[in-house]
Design a protein around this ligand. Structure first.
Ligand SMILES: [Zn+2]
Length: 341
């Protein structure tokens, strides 16, 4: 089969690899119908992180079940399924309390020894604990459910972690795909006011379509002053970048007693000064999204049409054109690429 291989910074290629196949009785073999390029794929492409040349890449995919192991009970051949970016057993202490990202036997698609999402097929470990069946009528409309694999679940995790509710004035820091999904999630939880801080006019316009009430275009001290002038500080900050500048802004615009929900993968972060939090009783919650735990609840709203992140996909590529998808996202000519397989 063919799958994407990370060859080093700036170099992702689609190559012939061994066919994905069942290995354990709890596995499923999924024929991928649609995938996407995620933020962490892009960070690898830019040369950050631990990914070694020769590694697979991609962790967002939807596909048809082609085969299942003898112990698999909840998915069958022919089902259209969605996978979160990590697999999880569904029965350990952490899975049972909804922290599937900490599963004792979990892992990440495209990690060494495992298939990635950007390829023709994937062996899915712990199929029962991992996969979610979606209506087959979504075949051809996978852009509606693909965001659940990572970005929409992650945006929701930011909002839930920051305890967003109908009384909240919320600020979303970051106008990337996760930030835009965090706007959707904050609106879904009923936030009365949603500010979004970013510096890409087209993405901020989409944020407004998604329910942002205030657009703050800028960064650093200018953005802080703008948010403070509008609100006097916000109840909930959704940190969706993971860089030091975003953290500085996040802490500066939080009102005393606020909760910060952070989901930006930390990169180039020197540290967070706890003494800045102490006197103001700022709480920090969040981290890696336990996407599998959130997907069933979010899927219901996606299926009834009240939650739609699909406008985030502004580029469609084939597997053969995958390299172009990375290059365009790297150059910020595309927000998020949909890979039709
Ligand atoms: Zn588990």
């Amino acid at each position: 089969m063919r799958a994407a291989i990370f060859q080093g910074p700036g170099n992702v290629r689609v190559e012939q690899v061994p066919d994905a196949a069942l290995e354990l009785d709890t596995d499923a073999l999924v024929r991928v119908t649609a995938a996407s390029i995620g933020g962490s794929d892009l960070w690898a492409y830019r040369g950050y992180g631990q990914r070694q040349p020769g590694a697979r890449i991609g962790h967002e995919f939807v596909g048809l079940v082609e085969d299942v192991g003898a112990e698999v009970r909840t998915v069958r051949r022919g089902d259209l399924v969605l996978a979160p970016f990590s697999w999880s057993c569904g029965v350990c202490e952490f899975c049972l309390r909804g922290l599937t990202s900490s599963c004792v036997d979990g892992g990440f698609f495209s990690e060494p020894g495992h298939d990635g999402g950007q390829g023709e097929a994937v062996r899915v470990p712990h199929a029962d604990g991992t996969l979610v069946v979606v209506p087959r009528s979504l075949r051809g409309a996978e852009t509606r459910v693909l965001p659940l694999c990572d970005i929409l679940s992650t945006g929701h995790h930011a909002a839930v972690s920051a305890q967003v509710n109908y009384r909240s004035t919320v600020a979303v820091v970051g106008d990337g795909a996760v930030g835009l999904c965090a706007v959707l999630a904050a609106r879904r939880l009923g936030a009365r006011r949603i500010l979004v801080v970013g510096h890409h006019a087209d993405r901020l316009a989409l944020a407004q379509e998604f329910g942002a009430t205030d657009i703050v275009e800028g960064r650093g001290q200018d953005a802080v002053e703008d948010v403070m002038a509008r609100t006097g500080g916000v109840d909930a900050v959704l940190e969706c970048v993971g860089a030091q500048g975003a953290w500085d802004t996040t802490i500066a615009i939080a009102k005393d007693g606020a909760t910060i929900g952070y989901v930006g993968v930390p990169h180039l972060v020197e540290g967070v000064d706890v003494s800045l939090l102490f006197g103001r009783n700022l709480a920090i919650r969040g981290g890696m999204c336990p996407a599998r735990a959130y997907i069933p609840g979010l899927l219901a709203d996606v299926l009834d049409g009240t939650l739609d992140a699909s406008p985030i996909f502004d580029l469609t590529v084939s597997l053969d054109e995958l390299t172009d998808g990375y290059a365009m996202m790297d150059d910020r000519l595309a927000l998020k690429a949909y890979v039709a397989i």
